[in-house]
Design a protein around this ligand. Structure first.
Ligand SMILES: [Zn+2]
Length: 221
């Protein structure tokens, strides 16, 4: 089974029958991480791939393991968060731009992590789960200092509201908050000059745990 993100049908899982056979026509024309023109039919249980013509293969180019690791992570988070069969031209654009950027540029290890976080937060916003990054989610006041992050409440909170609601939250530094905003808003050329901060990993993990629980909730309801 393959995951494909298609411009016309969104995210699809398709069966590529016979792709392992040496003489398969599909073999070699559909590698991992490639841009391809594909055709498929609806089988009894699965969609079945009937043809594929690669236009661009992104896993072959320079960059070695750092790049391959990044491609796997981008692919994983995308398939994990994006709902199946939802066509969305902005998601397509996000994916396409990330892939094309990686085609042109060789990233260092820390740049690849920044790149991944940028992709993650942009994806989260496109899917409508973007956290509030300027105001307290409870009192709506703009927060200047003493910033806390509560993923399940939808973003930033001020210390007074947290105290009132008796909530525990992760405090974040102003520098990390700035970096998080930059991830979303600045061009990659500017962003990659920034120093990676360990706090970003905590924010990412907290958001991911929240998204995972949301996703499981939606599935069972
Ligand atoms: Zn507040």
């Amino acid at each position: 089974m393959f995951w494909l993100y298609t411009r016309d049908f969104g995210l699809l899982k398709v069966l590529a029958r016979g792709i392992r056979k040496l003489n398969s026509k599909l073999r070699g024309s559909l590698g991992l991480f490639s841009l391809a023109e594909v055709s498929f039919v609806q089988g009894r249980r699965h969609k079945v791939l009937t043809g594929a013509l690669t236009q661009e293969s992104f896993s072959q180019a320079k960059g070695g393991l750092v790049r391959l690791r990044l491609l796997f992570r981008l692919g994983w988070i995308f398939c994990f968060l994006v709902p199946s069969q939802e066509k969305d031209k902005n998601l397509w654009k996000l994916m396409e731009q990330a892939w094309l950027r990686l085609e042109k540029e060789e990233l260092s290890f820390s740049e690849s992590i920044l790149f991944y976080y940028r992709f993650f937060w942009q994806l989260v916003f496109l899917l409508g789960y973007g956290p509030e990054l300027y105001h307290c989610v409870f009192c709506r006041k703009r927060i200047a200092s003493q910033v806390f992050f509560v993923a399940q409440e939808g973003g930033l909170a001020c210390s007074e509201c947290l105290k009132k609601k008796r909530l525990r939250a992760r405090k974040i530094s102003e520098t990390s908050l700035k970096l998080l905003r930059l991830l979303l808003n600045s061009p990659w050329e500017d962003l990659k000059k920034e120093k990676l901060r360990p706090e970003l990993k905590n924010l990412y993990q907290e958001q991911l745990v929240f998204l995972r629980s949301e996703r499981l909730g939606n599935r069972t309801s």
